[in-house]
Design a protein around this ligand. Structure first.
Ligand SMILES: Nc1ncnc2c1ncn2[C@@H]1O[C@H](COP(=O)(O)OP(=O)(O)OP(=O)(O)O)[C@@H](O)[C@H]1O
Ligand SMILES: [Mg+2]
Length: 405
């Protein structure tokens, strides 16, 4: 019988020893340059060791600054410690991208508390009751991590945080505390002041990594993911420099080396150099953009979608307005607002007022999706002109399934 075809893959020459270790999903045991953040977080959680309620914590930082990795690292250590010491504690991590309402978040927790039961379809009050009863009866100190908290539907956030923290008033032993994570600088502005002070009992801002730090982070990964000596210094320097220049994003740096290694394999090369890293750059940019798009809050996605659709349909505005730079990609904020409102209606989302809409435009600009200028006099007074900085078709293809699913 012929040899199994999969043996070909085993024999294939590769620059990797264990590719999974250079994947952005891999969480290393050691997290250089985050000692201080790990220390703070464990300190804020430490009351739990005395069966007391830990602080609520809010963590903010730009993409790829290690927020998720640090928090998961600390809570997994806490879990292990709790088991060893027989402490009544429980930690749960969830990403709000997948759980966007108070109901789905509480159902997720209750399902973990009572795994043998199915809670699908029960009323909100029943679910909350179950949640409270479990914590009451077991007197556990419960820590809930809500990663990408800005993904929770806007009208639900205050209620979610209020409900979770209010639970403590009804407990006599045991506690509920939350760790919320966000990379959205505007997130806190939209909270009501009581929610803000409850959530931000302790707060941390994770700084972006500089090029030296990224080089060290990469070197640590290269040792365990690549064959010895195959990754040249020029490749590490290039990946660190690109990622530092963009936003100090460790995920981008890691992905650059992963894709550069794949390019080397594809071309049967025995070394990874800066050439492969620069070749990987465009692909990684697209992947990063895709990741960012999918993690934007729904309202921002809708505004961006409105801009993308409008920029595919130039309507001769320029002829009317007489903008000198006959640039058919420039759009009026007013026309985008109208488009946004019709999309909200189409997808049954509650639209926001023009004031909030303007904030969203500013947010999209800080993310680098669009650029804006104020028109000169004569163009409908002083109006904001918007230009999309990314491919509109790509945005529509990515976001359409999100809205229509
Ligand atoms: N200090 C570090 N040491 C080693 N690897 C790190 C460090 N910080 C981040 N990373 C790696 O960078 C990648 C991104 O980190 P992480 O997912 O924690 O970022 P984040 O701040 O949560 O980003 P986002 O806002 O996009 O969710 C992961 O692969 C992680 O392992
Ligand atoms: Mg994260």
């Amino acid at each position: 019988m012929a040899e199994n075809i999969f043996y070909n893959f085993l024999n294939e020459k590769s620059v990797f020893t264990d590719k999974s270790k250079i994947s952005p999903h891999y969480a290393p045991d050691k997290l250089p340059f985050r000692d201080e953040q790990i220390k703070d977080l464990s300190l804020w959680l430490s009351p739990i060791l005395k069966k007391a309620k830990p602080h609520n914590i809010f963590i903010y930082g730009k993409v790829g600054t290690g927020k998720t990795t640090v928090v998961r690292h600390v809570i997994s250590q806490l879990e292990k410690f709790g088991k060893d010491q027989h402490l009544p504690l429980m930690t749960v991590y969830l990403n709000c991208r997948n759980y966007q309402t108070k109901y789905t978040i509480l159902v997720y927790c209750v399902q973990l508390f009572y795994p043998e039961q199915n809670f699908f379809g029960y009323s909100r009050s029943f679910i909350y009751d179950k949640f409270l009863t479990y914590i009451k009866e077991n007197k556990i100190n419960f820590v809930l991590v809500l990663d990408e908290i800005d993904k929770v539907k806007e009208k639900e956030i205050d209620d979610l945080i209020y409900t979770l923290t209010r639970t403590n008033d009804e407990l006599n032993g045991g506690s509920v505390s939350i760790i919320c994570i966000s990379n959205n600088i505007f997130f806190k502005n939209n909270l009501d002041s009581r929610t803000k002070s409850t959530l931000c009992e302790q707060e941390a801002v994770y700084p972006p990594y500089n090029a030296d730090e990224l080089r060290a982070i990469l070197s640590q990964r290269i040792d365990i993911a690549f064959k010895k000596g195959v990754v040249r210094d020029s490749a590490i320097n290039a990946a660190a420099a690109i990622a530092a220049k963009e936003s100090g994003d460790a995920r981008r740096a890691v992905m650059l080396l992963l894709r550069a290694g794949e390019i080397a394999d594809l071309n049967n090369l025995s070394q990874v150099t800066d050439k492969e890293v620069y070749e990987a750059k465009e692909k990684v940019e697209q992947e990063v953009m895709k990741g960012m798009l999918l993690t934007l809050p729904v309202q921002l996605q809708l505004v961006l979608y409105a801009i993308a659709e409008s920029s595919l349909k130039p309507k001769g505005i320029l002829a009317i307005s007489g903008i000198e730079t006959a640039d058919s990609n420039v759009l009026y904020s007013g026309e985008i607002y109208d488009k946004y409102c019709s999309l909200c209606e189409k997808y049954s989302e509650k639209g926001v007022s023009i004031r909030w809409f303007r904030e969203y435009i500013t947010e999209l600009e800080t993310y680098g999706f669009i650029s804006t200028t104020i028109s000169g006099k004569g163009v409908k007074g002083n109006t904001t002109l918007i230009r999309l900085g990314v491919d509109p078709q790509g945005i529509i293809e990515l976001l359409k399934p999100e809205f229509e699913s």
